[in-house]
Design a protein around this ligand. Sequence first.
Ligand code: SF4
Length: 296
Amino acid sequence: MIKEIMVKSVLNKHKKRDNWFLDDYSINPYSGCSFNCIYCYTRGSKYGENMGNVLSVKINAEEVLDKQLKIRRNKGEYGFIALATSTEPYQSIEKKLKLTRKLLEIILKYRFPVHILTKSTLVLRDLDILKEIDEKGIIPDDLKDKLERGVIINFSISTLDDKMAKILEPGAPAPYERLKTMQKCKSAGFLTGVSYIPVLPYISDLDNELDNMVKTARQYGADFVFIGSLTLFGNRLSDCKTLYYRFLKKHYPNLVPKYKKLYRIFPQPSKEYRKKLEEKTTKLCEKYGIRKGILT
Ligand code: SF4
């Protein structure tokens, strides 16, 4: 079901810059997402619910963003805008509505830099406008000596296994389609990379899998790689924890006890697990000569 909604605000200012993605702001043109990833953190977290059933389009987003960015521009409060953080900016309906594109035009008008987070091939449609933002976007003063680009294009992948991706991310383009799209962005001169977020414990976080993921990202021209763990929220039927355990019970019943141990109390896996994942990422990035993160 598609719903049209009016919003009072579309530009979210973060209390603090995101250490990984460098964004000070975020914009979500839609609420909900037709890609329907079962692990999507918005299912069951405070960022969304019933994602599979309702997709809301923020029909006054252009007008609201224009006002909000004008104020920020007048105060000189430049910063990267993440587009998007709790929805897919290039999901199927975007082809027809062009809402993300219209928002990019406003971002260009006020010369804000942008970080595109996507699983879609449709981003290629907007490379013309992204090229202009890349050249004209004003980088915040404290990042100027580290980054000279107004656009970062980041592709999210949780597994390179096509069959698995079809189960986990039923509405999204296949992982290698995303990689080929990244390659095209790279050939067009953009700063681009892969966020392997989330990797799936005991499935896509195995040493050989991670090695292949970093190597493949390098082969397809990524400038940087992120690897992040899976979060599991909620106990209601449509929450990602419930959906993910249903997936495990069907396809990997032997892993259920291991997950129960790893996700005992919190939505994140244990600290030790995350530390190990971080160490493995560092080693693999060194091995394949690729940056672990945008700046490092
Ligand atoms: S593409 Fe992103 S926002 Fe959409 S369902 Fe998947 S994880 Fe959630």
